[in-house]
Structure formats: C-alpha cells, structure tokens
Design a protein around this ligand. Sequence first.
Ligand code: ATP
Ligand code: MG
Length: 409
Amino acid sequence: MQIYKVGGAVRDRLLGKPVTDIDWVVVGATAEEMLAKGFRPVGSDFPVFLHPKSGEEYALARTERKSGRGYGGFTFHASPEVTLEEDLIRRDLTINAMAEDDHGVLTDPYHGQQDLENRLLRHVSPAFAEDPLRVLRIARFAARYAGLGFQVAPDTLELMRQLSESGELEDLTPERSWKEISRALMEDHPQVFIQVLRDCGALKVLLPEVDALFGVPQPAAHHPEIDSGVHTLSVLEQAALHKQPLSVRWACLLHDLGKGLTPQSEWPQHIAHEHKGLKLIKQVNERFKAPRDCQELALLVGQYHTHGHRALELKPSTLAELLQSFDVYRRPQRFEEFITACEMDARGRLGLEERAYPQADYLRGAAIAVRTVAVQPLLEQGFKGPELGEALKRERLKALKVYKEQHSQ
Ligand code: ATP
Ligand code: MG
C-alpha cells in the first residue's frame, strides 16, 4: 500500500501556513489490511480509519457518485484498484486535491499549485455540483484566505450559483450548515464568507434575513456607508479584527435584522427595528440550531444595542433594567460580550472604525456599581423573600444614581 498526505496539510504547507491536522489517503489497500495493522474504523460502512497512535484520519482511496439528494445521496467505491488521481478528482478545490508522499514528492494532477500561485479557489471537476455543502466550504475558504488575495474562480462561482438555485442547499442538515458557518465566522475575514454567499445567490436561501439588508438605506448622519447590508459586513469585519469569540460574531451578524422589515415609506429611519428584529433572530437561531450562548447573545444584542450606544444618556432606572435583563449578577461575561458587540456595531461604519466608544467603560462601571451592592447588610436588617428582592433593587438603583452623578461631574 502507498500512503500520502492530502488536502489541507499539503495546501497549507505550500502556503507556508501552520498545519494543524493531517489527512491521509491510502492507495492499494483493503479494509481488512488496515484493520490488521491496528487502524480503527471510523464508521461501519465508511472506508476511513484512525491511526492507532496518532489518531489521524486515513481514508482508503475511493471514487464517489451521486445517487440522490441530501447527505445520504452518495455512493462510494473503495478498492485497492482506485488510483490516487481517481481519489483526488472527487475533491472540492484544486488546491485541496494535491497529495504528497513521504519523500515530499507532490502529485498534482489538477494544477492546484498553479491555482495557489494565482490565488484561485477553483473546482476540480463538474462533479463539484454534486454536494451543496461545497458552496459553504468554498465561501469559508474565501474568508480564510482573503488576506492572501484568494478569490473564487468565475466558473466555480457559476457552479455555486447553480447549486444555490437548484434548491439543494435546503437539504443540508442544520448541524452540517452550522459547522461550516461557525468555522467561517471564526476566520480572519468572516465578512468575505457572507459576501461570497451573496455573490452566488446562496445567502438568500440560507440567510434571507441577512440578504434582505442589502439595498436598505440608513441615515447618513450615523451611517456614512448608508447600506444596512454593507454595515453588517463591516461590523463582522470589526469583530474579527478585534478577535471576538463566536457568540459576539454571531450577534454582530444578526443585530440589525429588523431593518429588513422597515416599510420603504419610513426609510432611512428604522423605528423599533431592535424589537421587530427579534422574531427574525429567533428564526435564524433555530434554523441552524445555534448553540445556546450564541442564540442568547444574538437576541440580547438585537434588542438592546441602541441602549448600549445611548448608555451615557440612560436614566438610572433604565440602566438598572438593562443590567437586570442581562442578569449581570450571575452572567457578567455575557454583559461584557454585549458591550463589545455594541462597540463593533459603532465601529462598523464607514470612516468611524477608529472612533472612541466611551459607552463601553461606562457600562462596565455601571455593572461594577450594581454588583458591589452587598446582600448581607439587607439580610441583617431582616429582609427576606420578595422583600429582600425589592430592597436589593432599591439599593442597586441608588448605586446607579450615585454612579451616574459621579460620572457627569
Ligand atoms: P481544514 O484546514 O479546514 O481542515 P481541509 O482542506 O483539510 O481544511 P477537511 O474538511 O479536513 O478540509 O477535508 C480534507 C480534504 O477532504 C479536503 O482538503 C478536500 O480535499 C476533501 N473534502 C472534504 N470535504 C469535502 C467535500 N464536501 N467535497 C469534496 N471534497 C472534500
Ligand atoms: Mg483537514
């Protein structure tokens, strides 16, 4: 049997990027031989094995054919006769379809190296169109390598458009889609992921609520970029520049969905867009079964981001309600994520990327002020049950009044 490194490991080495996980392909072997060497099968009917020591994936060379719609709609054929070239042709991109033997000799039948040089994400064969997940994968690679100047090849974008129009994206399970979306959002240029999806028509299938933001104007005084979709991309870009976690990036992507519902007669104003957007945010959260922390933060940021921007003008009672809504006493980290999401929203505007955002420290100070109110003295005064809750509320409100006064001096 011959064993080759394939896929991401070969690509990233040639790009001079760190290689994290290595995928291997095994040519000229049977499943029985693999088992005899101590490899562990990944599934009962899939020709992929884990190395007994390293745990890395070793796949028998295989060919694939589409046999129906959806994830199960593939039949594959693995046998010792399948050649390396036959295995590589089933892969998505030419830059992912190179193999390297243990002497470092490259097999590159589909000119992946040339596409690396030309900074092109190009499909290997027309069979690309057989798996709708590839639309998301290619947009994700575009987000990852945008900084190196990579672009999707026009023919590949055309295939992605056909896949998007075929309705097959709807067959993807929430789990497979979320895996790609969440990884893409954590790349260096997540806004490119959304942009590429939009360019091929996939955005209006996967995230029509985000797609609807493009072409919707906002007031130029606060939003020199005008367009709500462009703004959303910039907010996401800021979140990545500031190395924010997934929950914040997800919240940034969804924070303004309500603007897509504003009647044209009200443009460029978006009265109560925060509230109107909530049902859309909920809908998107559920579509992809996003993890709970992402879901919660997106809803809270959607509802309260304008409060964040107006923090210095908020009455102590409104500030108290805001802090209460976030349960800042038990969930301080979530409030911190809200603050940074608001800051990204403020900076994700044309020409305002470097602006100061004093609201952030003001909100942090307010959270400290209420969290410093101690329960013990109230217990000692004999408060209990609902009365204790009321007393605590009063003390916290007092603390916020003092905080606001001190701050305005
Ligand atoms: P990453 O750095 O994200 O791991 P990768 O290219 O190694 O990138 P994997 O998901 O680990 O991506 O897949 C390994 C290889 O398997 C890819 O490089 C590609 O050749 C092939 N591959 C994976 N998923 C698909 C797919 N849906 N369609 C075609 N080829 C695929
Ligand atoms: Mg990999």
